[in-house]
Write a protein that binds this ligand. Sequence first.
Ligand code: NAP
Length: 280
Amino acid sequence: MKVGIVGLGLIGGSLGLDLRSRGLYTIGVSRRPQTCELAQQRGAVDAASVDPAILATVDIIFICTPLAAIAPTIRTVIPHIKADTILTDVGSVKQSIVESCTPLWPNFVGGHPMAGTAEQGMAAAQLNLFAGAPYVLTPTENTPQRAIAAVTEIAQLLKARLYTSTPDLHDRAVALISHLPIFISAGLIDTCINPDEAEAIALAQKLASSGFRDTSRVGGGNPELGVAIAQHNQEQLVAVLSQYRDRLDDIIYLVKNKRWQEIDELLQETQAARPQFLNE
Ligand code: NAP
């Protein structure tokens, strides 16, 4: 199987590193020539170009551009590829992507490898990024089986944990465990840089340790990705942020009113529930 990767950033570059290391011939396309050169130097692709015509003979293409560029990128690629080429994307939001891309190409299946770092770009790409991480496929009832099978085969090569979902269910689930944490974490950091608290902030910066590192990590990541997630999963994000605000109001009430027993019950419940979300 000959693989194409369009958008040689953190996810596209990491995909290339993994697939080449497993013996697949990999062709990259990116917007900037220097990104194509870096991808070749780092061994993420066998060949790369800014010209999508280089994809003429590939069997499957992973679209790894930012969310807003996924459908426009598919439009630029289509004139250059074989009629039976399978297209898939890696976007963090699925409903809007599947809705806009499915009509463009019948052999399209939405996908989301759920791995990342706080960095972006080809320079940040790393081997084995997807090993042990979830990889969600979001086919519709019209998605060809061979498209699902081909992406499944690659997800297995990456040693990812494969799941299938509708695009809508995917977006509701990731709103809870991926998109909400980004904005809670951003709100946490923003609270800690309140200018009224200059003296406490100065000391807090010296005292911050593993707890702050864990809880602030996703709020300190790639701003472009966070904005794109908010734009593309707006409805679900507003819903879970509103639920979270209600939980915060409940907690403020409990603390203000010295309801220590209820606080203990809440923390017992959250302590017991947390492992159900950690597939370790
Ligand atoms: P990234 O590191 O910024 O890489 C995106 C690459 O796409 C850039 O290197 C850029 O290449 C190219 N690009 C940027 N704008 C473009 C445009 N308008 N048209 C064509 N190419 C463009 O981003 P990423 O983190 O890899 O994210 C890529 C996709 O993966 C997104 O759809 C995101 O939702 C998804 N995703 C991200 C994560 C994560 O944690 N980062 C996890 C799972 C899925 P040039 O240098 O050539 O401009």
